[in-house]
Design a protein around this ligand. Structure first.
Ligand code: SAM
Length: 329
């Protein structure tokens, strides 16, 4: 056996099959292309069922990876195949054999894609966003901080269009250059907005924004439940964002609407809201904010432990796929 053959045989030992069956229940995915689904969901008053939002995420996932098929009506089998290739991107699987470029892409974009394909949590976030009532304004300027694939920018687009803003201005900030590039080309191709490669913890990231009040800020840069806030950049980003834009954020709607953090035993709590620039409500514990532990978020007026976001939407994913697909927090 040559060393190449030996290497292939060793790699094959790591291979496992993706979970069995379809990734979501048969019949759940709304037929049609991604642009068509976005246009349907953008119609003011049109229903926004969780299944339609999950379809949006899956179709967006597919278009993010296979950008040349933006207008395709991808079958559920096609979506399942990609989901399988994604969950087996590290160890490999027969469906990835001979597709080293695709595998590299899935590995390289793995973190951002992992957020997107946690359908219950991403759908919960989108549904909460779409419930928000916007203040009346002449224009809609929306910012998505830590945009990843740009899925929350799509959520903002739907929110704006459903509220009657035909041409919202939407800008995402993403620090990973390759993710920012891909999200930007997808969001541009869909006519949704732009994603900039920028470090959102720096005030300079916000200097050349269009004028006027900000209508909406999505900022999912939070750590997992029970981890200290500094594990992710949320506190530093909020500091920079409010220092840079201050009064322009006065009427903005935020996602999450608020965050709850506490000391380790859960005796002393901080309520991080837009009114305190997500820095706490004045009853500061004796330690800096960044050392506080992540606990809950507020979405659509409801306070929820962050690891229970999307709990009621588990059935959007077929049971064998849940563990490998649902890993946002
Ligand atoms: C948890 S993911 C969320 C992605 C997307 N918003 C979503 O909900 O699917 C956070 C994203 O923020 C990006 N990020 C982290 N720190 C950042 C920073 N300082 N500036 C801009 N983006 C950042 C990460 O690269 C990652 O893509």
């Amino acid at each position: 056996m040559t060393s190449d053959n030996l290497r292939c045989a060793a790699l094959q030992l790591l291979e496992r099959k993706p979970p069995p069956g379809l990734v979501v229940p048969a019949g759940m995915v709304v037929p049609g292309s991604l642009p068509l689904l976005i246009e349907t969901l953008a119609c003011p008053g049109s229903p926004v069922a969780p299944e339609a939002l999950a379809s949006l995420c899956l179709k967006y996932f597919y278009a993010y990876v296979h950008s040349e098929q933006l207008d395709a009506d991808v079958s559920l089998e096609g979506l399942t195949e990609l989901a399988g290739q994604f969950v087996r991107r590290r160890g490999g699987c027969a469906q990835l054999a001979g597709k080293s470029e695709l595998r590299r892409f899935l590995l390289h974009h793995g973190f951002a894609l992992q957020m997107l394909v946690d359908l219950p949590k991403t759908v919960h976030l989108l549904a909460a966003l779409l419930e928000r009532k916007l203040p009346v304004a002449e224009a809609f300027l929306g910012l998505d901080i830590g945009a990843g694939t740009g899925i929350l920018l799509v959520g903002q687009y739907l929110l704006a269009r459903r509220a009657g803003y035909d041409s919202p201005i939407l800008i995402g900030f993403e620090c990973q250059p390759h993710v920012a590039r891909r999200a930007d080309s997808l969001a541009s191709a869909l006519g949704i907005g732009r994603v900039r490669q920028a470090d959102a913890t720096r005030k300079e990231a916000y200097v050349d924004l269009p004028d006027g009040p900000v209508a909406c800020v999505t900022n999912e840069t939070l750590p997992s439940a029970g981890r200290r806030l500094y594990k992710e950049p949320f506190p530093v980003i909020c500091e920079a964002l409010f220092a840079a834009l201050g009064p322009r954020l006065a009427n903005a709607v935020f996602l999450p609407e608020a965050v709850w953090a506490s000391d380790r035993p859960g005796r002393s709590w901080l309520h991080l809201t837009p009114h305190n620039a997500f820095a706490g409500d004045g009853q500061r514990p004796d330690k800096p904010l960044r050392l506080a532990f992540m606990r809950d978020v507020e979405l659509a007026g409801e306070r929820i432990p962050v690891d229970r976001v999307g709990e009621g939407l588990a059935e959007l994913v077929a049971p064998p796929w849940r563990e490998s697909l649902c890993r946002r927090w």
